[in-house]
Design a protein around this ligand. Structure first.
Ligand SMILES: [Zn+2]
Ligand SMILES: [Zn+2]
Length: 421
C-alpha cells in the first residue's frame, strides 16, 4: 500500500491551523496502469494471469484496454501447441487458480478455453482499498491512431480516415458516453510516435484533448522521438501543444500518462512488450473508479517509470515536491515551461529535395518548453516569476530501468503542468 501523505489541494487548511493535521478525507497514492492487453485482443496471456501479476506486485488498479472490445460476452480461445494458449498454459492456470476455474469446450477437433470477463475478473481480484480493475478499451484505427477510453460502458468502433478527425471522433464518443451514463470517463491518446505517428499539428486541431501517453512501454513507440521521420520526443509534443493551445484557451492543460501497453508475459527482455515499465501514481480519496478518474481529471497524479514522488504542491506561487530517493541514486529535476509572449512560429521539416517530409511534425522555437531551472535536490521547488504560462517538471534518475523498453532507459517521472496566473 502507498500510505504516503499526498498533498495537492488541501495543503492550505492545515497550514492555516499551524499543524499538519490529517485532512478529514485523506488522499492516498494509488499505483496503476491503464493500457494492458490480454488474449481478449493481441496479448499472449490469459487476463487472470496478468491481473494476478499486477496485483502481486503492489499495483492498486489496472485497466485492460483490448483493441476494439470490452471484455464481455462469451469468448473462447483455442488451446493449441505453439500458440498463445498451449495445453501447458492451461495446466498452469488450473494450478494458479483452481481446477474448476477453467472452462473448456470441445467442438470437433478444437479444444477451447472460455476467457474470463471483466465482471468475473473484478469479482475475483477486486479488494477494497487494495486492488481494483476498471473497464477500458483501446479504440484502434488500423494503420492509424489509437485512443484509450477509460471506464466506458460500450465498445467504440475503430475507423479509418484523417487522423485528427478520427481522434476527435473518439474523444467525442467517450464524452457522449460520459453524458449518457453520468459516469466519469476519460480518453488518452496513445503512443503518438508509433508507426506513422500523430503529428503535433493534428493534435493541435483537437478540441478537448486532455490526456496523452508521455511514456508507453512498448518497444516500437519511439517515446524519445524518431528524427528520421520528423517525430519529436513526446515531451516536445507536450510543450508545443500546451503552449500553442494556451494562446487561445487560457485554462488549457494537457496531462501526460505513462503506460505499459503490455502484450507479452512469457518472455522477458528488452524488445518484448512486457509489463512493469510505465504507470501512474494517482492521489485519490479512495480506491474506486470514480475517485481515480476524477483525480486524473484534476491532474492529481504523476507519471513514472521508476521514480516515486510525494507532497506535490502547487500553491499559486511555486511548484514543489519531494523525491523518494533510493540510496546511491542521483536525481536531476528539470522545471520546464514557456514564457508569456513566446515565439509561436513553426516550420515544416523538409526532405533532401526541399519538400515537406510526409507526416513530420513542424519544428517550433526553443522558447517553447524551456528548461527554467534544473536541480539535483531531492526536494525540488520552483518559485514562479509570473512570466511563465505554465510549469511542469521532469525527473530523470541515473538508475537504469530493469527490463526497459529500450537499452539505457533511466528511471524517470513527470509532474503534470500547472498554470501560472
Ligand atoms: Zn496501440
Ligand atoms: Zn495497446
Amino acid at each position: 500500500m502507498h500510505r504516503e501523505l499526498g498533498i495537492f489541494f488541501r495543503l492550505t487548511i492545515p497550514l492555516l491551523l499551524g499543524v499538519l493535521a490529517p485532512a478529514p478525507c485523506e488522499a492516498e497514492w494509488y499505483k496503476g496502469v491503464t493500457h494492458v492487453h490480454s488474449l481478449w485482443s493481441d496479448g499472449d496471456t490469459a487476463p487472470e494471469v496478468i491481473a494476478a501479476w499486477y496485483k502481486e506486485r503492489g499495483y492498486n488498479f489496472a485497466a485492460f484496454s483490448e483493441h476494439h472490445v470490452l471484455q464481455e460476452g462469451d469468448k473462447y480461445f483455442s488451446i493449441m501447441p505453439d500458440s498463445y494458449l498451449t495445453p501447458a498454459d492451461v495446466e498452469e492456470i488450473k494450478q494458479q487458480f483452481d481446477e474448476d476455474w477453467v472452462e473448456i469446450k470441445q467442438e470437433g477437433n478444437s479444444t477451447r478455453m472460455r476467457l474470463k470477463t471483466h465482471e468475473e475478473l473484478k469479482k475475483h481480484f477486486d479488494e477494497p482499498g487494495k486492488f481494483l480493475l476498471f473497464p477500458a478499451e483501446e479504440i484502434t484505427s488500423l494503420g492509424g491512431p489509437h485512443v484509450n477510453a477509460l471506464n466506458i460502458r460500450e465498445a467504440i468502433k475503430g475507423e479509418r480516415g484523417d487522423y485528427a478527425v478520427l481522434i476527435q471522433h473518439y474523444i467525442d464518443q467517450v464524452n457522449a458516453q460520459r453524458q449518457q451514463y453520468g459516469l466519469p470517463m476519460i480518453a488518452h491518446v496513445n503512443h503518438i510516435n508509433f508507426s506513422d505517428g500523430v503529428t503535433t499539428e493534428e493534435l493541435l486541431k483537437l478540441h478537448g484533448l486532455e490526456f496523452f501517453e508521455v511514456y508507453n512501454g512498448h518497444p516500437a513507440v519511439h517515446n524519445w522521438g524518431n528524427a528520421g521521420k520528423g517525430m519529436p520526443a513526446t515531451d516536445r509534443h507536450w510543450d508545443v501543444i500546451e503552449s500553442m493551445n494556451l494562446l487561445t484557451q487560457p485554462d488549457y492543460l494537457l496531462y501526460g500518462v505513462a503506460t505499459d501497453d503490455s502484450h507479452e508475459y512469457k518472455a522477458w527482455e528488452v524488445g518484448k512488450s512486457n509489463p512493469g515499465r510505465g504507470w501512474i501514481m494517482v492521489n485519490a480519496d479512495s480506491l474506486d473508479t470514480d475517485a481515480l478518474i476524477r483525480a486524473l481529471q484534476k491532474g492529481a497524479f504523476y507519471a513514472s517509470t521508476g521514480v516515486l514522488l510525494d507532497n506535490i504542491v502547487s500553491d499559486g506561487k511555486s511548484l514543489s515536491f519531494t523525491i523518494q530517493a533510493k540510496e546511491g541514486v542521483q536525481y536531476k529535476t528539470q522545471f520546464i515551461g514557456t514564457l508569456k509572449g513566446f515565439d509561436s512560429r513553426s516550420q515544416p521539416v523538409l526532405d533532401t529535395a526541399g519538400k515537406p517530409l510526409p507526416r513530420a511534425s513542424h519544428t517550433y522555437s526553443d522558447e517553447i518548453g524551456k528548461v527554467l531551472a534544473e536541480t539535483g535536490d531531492t526536494s525540488p521547488r520552483y518559485a514562479f516569476t509570473g512570466n511563465e504560462l505554465y510549469v511542469r517538471a521532469k525527473i530523470v534518475s541515473d538508475k537504469l530501468q530493469d527490463n526497459p523498453f529500450a537499452d539505457g532507459d533511466l528511471e524517470s517521472a513527470w509532474v503534470q503542468p500547472v498554470l501560472v496566473k
